[in-house]
Design a protein around this ligand. Structure first.
Ligand code: AMP
Length: 140
């Protein structure tokens, strides 16, 4: 187990200092220590879950509400009008801290914010119907 494993639990508990911007029963939010842009904020469940699909529905609902509200606050405080919400799950997807977190990253006219490179390819139309059905059947 690394120091990173319980870092965000300790921040939410106030054991490690942070620049707090929001707190409720389930949720804590604070400024990212290495921001991609001014106002880059992290929103976490106070309790540790590794990946988003593991979060209980009541906590997920609280997180969703908080992300939307805090995003508005970040725009109001920074003057930014655009932003990305990023949420990495698993080390191969770029998750460094194994505790669910949403990044709210303002995008500014000078280009600071989340770099936008999205190497999209056309949907495989042969596979798509079966794939959609397979996913649909597994929504719990
Ligand atoms: P991710 O790569 O999605 O796991 O993002 C982890 C984020 O946590 C990074 O943007 C880090 O800058 C941020 N971070 C790591 N340690 C701290 C800390 N002590 N306080 C605030 N943000 C942190």
């Amino acid at each position: 187990m690394s120091d990173l494993d319980h870092l965000f639990e300790r921040i939410a508990a106030g054991e490690i200092p942070s620049h707090r911007v929001y707190e409720d029963e389930h949720v804590f939010a604070f400024l990212d220590i290495n921001p991609l842009s001014r106002g880059h904020t992290l929103v976490i469940p106070k309790k540790r879950y590794l990946k988003l699909h593991e979060v209980p529905q009541d906590v997920a609902a609280a997180l969703g509400r908080a992300v939307a509200r805090i995003a508005g606050a970040v725009l109001g405080a920074t003057g930014a009008t655009a932003y990305n919400v990023l949420q990495n799950n698993g080390a191969p997807a770029g998750q460094a801290v194994p505790h669910v977190h949403f990044h709210i990253i303002p995008k500014y006219a000078d280009g600071t914010g989340l770099p936008h490179h999205w190497p999209a390819r056309p949907l495989d139309k042969t596979e798509a119907p079966g794939l959609a059905q397979a996913i649909a059947q597994r929504v719990v």
